[in-house]
Design a protein around this ligand. Structure first.
Ligand SMILES: NC[C@H]1CCC[C@@H](CNc2ccc(C(N)=O)cn2)C1
Length: 246
């Protein structure tokens, strides 16, 4: 998978692909991340990448042509179609389902804005979709792009070993993750739930599912779409609630 980053600070995002599982995926050639800086494509001796907004108001707006030239250079840097994603608070909320969809592509181009924004004509002509990582404003789209790189990379085949499998990920099945424990069993901070040492894998799976359901119900009822729950799930959630009242 190739991800191109169009940004005034491309090294910022490349750094985010230099560590951990994503860094290893890059080393192993499962993923490559390349930066394209609009300033390298800006005309004139000041190499302008922004200008004042029509209609007045504070701040500056990113110019069309340096961005357009950067996007063209990114497209032409490798074969195959690329999905152009603009990171912006005006975008569709990022979900794990969207991450899975993006991870299925061979090429992404992530467009990172700065200042007050990007000339709307460039967005309309070049951007396939706008994505937001949350309802807040950052000084630039680079951190949002780094989130996409990480979330997408870990879903690519071969990136996570069995030790870190994304299969049981929270949100993979639309629920929050269950609690996790490791050694020691006895600790002044408490002990480990008996069932996890029972060796009974069916019981352990049931307990983990019940914890995921219960936590989702308690912390993120908005995610808990009753309709999506199986009969067994509803029974487990009932047991979780009953245990709370006991
Ligand atoms: N009008 C401000 C806006 C102009 C264009 C550039 C963005 C960069 N900052 C971002 C980008 C994305 C997100 C997000 N939630 O995904 C938050 N912040 C800021």
């Amino acid at each position: 998978m190739r991800i191109d980053i169009v940004s005034l600070f491309p090294e910022f995002v490349a750094q985010c692909a230099a560590f951990g599982v994503v860094g290893r995926a890059v080393e192993r050639g499962l993923l490559s991340v390349h930066g394209f800086n609009p300033r390298d494509y800006a005309e004139g001796n000041y190499r302008r990448v922004d200008d004042r907004p029509f209609g007045g108001g504070p701040g500056m707006v990113m110019l069309i042509d340096p961005l357009r030239a950067s996007l063209r250079a990114a497209r032409e840097a490798a074969p195959g179609p690329a999905r152009v994603v603009y990171m912006s608070p005006q975008g569709a909320p990022l979900t794990q389902a969207k991450v899975r969809e993006l991870a299925g592509r061979e090429r992404l181009i992530l467009l990172c804005g700065r200042y007050e924004g990007i000339d709307e004509r460039l967005i309309r002509a070049e951007v396939d979709e706008e994505i937001s990582i949350g309802d807040y404003v950052l000084s630039g789209g680079e951190l949002a792009a780094a989130v996409i790189v990480d979330a997408v990379a870990r879903l690519r085949e071969g990136v996570l070993g069995d030790a870190e499998s994304a299969v049981q990920d929270s949100f993979e099945d639309g629920l929050l993750d269950c609690p996790h424990y490791t050694r020691p069993v006895e600790h002044d901070l408490g002990t480990v739930p008996e069932v996890l040492m029972s060796g009974n894998h069916a019981e352990i799976a049931k307990w983990r599912r019940m914890q995921s359901l219960g936590r989702t119900w308690q912390r993120r009822p908005d995610l808990l779409d009753e309709a999506a729950l199986s009969k067994a799930d509803r029974k487990l959630l009932e047991a979780y609630r009953a245990a709370l009242e006991a």
